[in-house]
Ligand binder design. Structure first.
Ligand code: AMP
Length: 397
């Protein structure tokens, strides 16, 4: 794989696959959160400073049947123009005559944005002929869309075939991979993974794969109760996936053999209904009354988890400890965020793996107090499941 730092972009047209799938404000129709566009700026600026020009490809939403105004990337032009600080040309079709004409005309230092690649069903089908048509527009290929690295789509994966000597990761993509590797391959020990969220089925592969590289796994959220049920506990009406009980037992057995400590929340905040206005009390997690459900980790669990986190040198966190969207069940997640921030201050490396844990850290204003917040979502989860990401694999020679 070519290193973006070593590549000479002088008078080259760089086709950059970005993830500009940004949320829009319902009333103004303008970009509501420009984080994803900002995240691509280091790569865009690097090419422009190196004397090249930039052709941006992205998906935007999930258009079903071809071109559709409501999924047009045209809407992001004002925001993109403002952030890159130069005029942005726009091709109303990502392939074909107009795109070719605009690409041919593009001068060093200029930016061309192509219309939504998902207006062609060939994009998600990973169609080689479509990828080739896109490839004609540029001289080299840079993939900076980590959020879609787990998809074998034409503009993320197949297109790389047409640039055997000129395909590389952008800075965002490289940052994400290096950070994930810091946890999986060369993290300083003790390494702790904190896994929460609703379902065991969504996270079991990650827990299983992490057993080979971490020292401690903290399990919180709804998934903890299937583990307690597997151990013979009474979990009342708490979330439980009976078909995963066997898998939980296998994980516990494997962890024991490998010397990995699995920590379940000893107590829980339980509620008599799934509501912010329910009655609540603190209770042992394996002795929950039949009509009640565990919706957050309890006080003892918070203390125990905080102690483990404080001793960790590398931390991965994915998934909330409880139904943090409801105030009465948000304390567990807050306490973990605080502990991770504190450990980071004391020298630990912390990676927050997207989704709800990232939202919780942001809500608490602690974004700058953790080492890295992944933009990855599904891609990061698949990486931690040990799966090969097609978007990354395609960049290898
Ligand atoms: P995930 O997308 O798998 O990370 O799950 C996040 C969701 O899990 C959030 O919406 C939480 O409200 C939910 N969740 C966390 N803990 C529990 C619990 N004990 N019972 C039910 N849902 C939970």
């Amino acid at each position: 794989m070519t290193n973006i730092i070593d590549f000479n972009f002088f008078q080259k047209k760089a086709l950059i696959r970005v993830d500009f799938n940004v949320p829009l404000d319902k009333t103004s129709g303008l970009v509501a959160d420009d984080k994803r566009i900002r995240a691509a700026l280091p790569t865009i600026q690097h090419v422009l400073k190196g004397g090249g020009s930039v052709i941006l490809m992205s998906h935007f939403g999930r258009p079903k049947n071809g071109p559709d105004e409501s999924f047009s990337l045209k809407k992001i032009i004002p925001c993109l123009t403002n952030l890159v600080g130069c005029k942005v040309h726009f091709a109303y079709d990502c392939i074909g005559e107009e795109a070719t004409f605009l690409s041919n005309k593009l001068q060093p230092g200029e930016v061309l944005l192509l219309e939504n690649v998902r207006f062609y069903k060939e994009e998600t089908m990973g169609d080689m002929a479509f990828a080739e048509k896109l490839s004609f527009l540029g001289d080299c290929f840079v993939n900076d869309a980590f959020g879609t690295a787990h998809r074998a789509h034409a503009s993320t994966t197949q297109i790389a075939t047409f640039f055997p000597q000129a395909k590389m990761m952008g800075f965002l993509m490289r940052g994400e991979i290096e950070t994930a590797e810091k946890v999986m391959k060369n993290g300083q020990k003790p390494i702790t993974a904190i896994i929460g969220g609703a379902k065991v089925s969504d996270k079991i592969l990650i827990v299983d794969n992490l057993l080979s590289s971490v020292n401690d796994i903290i399990i919180g959220g709804g998934m903890a109760y299937t583990f307690y049920k597997a151990l013979g506990g009474e979990i009342g009406n708490s979330l439980c996936e009976n078909e995963r009980i066997e898998a939980c037992l296998l994980i516990l057995e494997k962890a024991k053999k490998l010397g990995v400590n699995i920590h379940l929340p000893s107590d829980s905040i339980i509620a008599d209904e799934f509501s912010a206005n329910s009655q609540t009390k603190n209770c042992q997690s394996d002795n929950i009354p039949s009509a009640w459900m565990g919706l957050d980790i309890g006080e003892k669990a918070r203390d125990a988890f905080q102690n483990i986190i404080a001793k960790s040198k590398t931390i991965l966190w994915n998934g909330p400890m409880g139904v943090f969207e409801m105030e009465p069940f948000s304390e567990g997640t807050k306490s973990i965020a605080t502990a991770v921030a504190m450990a980071t201050k004391n020298g630990a490396f912390s990676l927050i793996g997207g989704g709800d844990s990232a939202a919780a850290v942001k809500k608490l204003g602690m974004e700058s107090q953790v080492s890295y917040i992944s933009t990855g979502g599904g891609a990061l989860l698949e990486y931690f499941e040990g799966k090969e990401l097609p978007g990354i694999k395609a960049l290898e020679n």
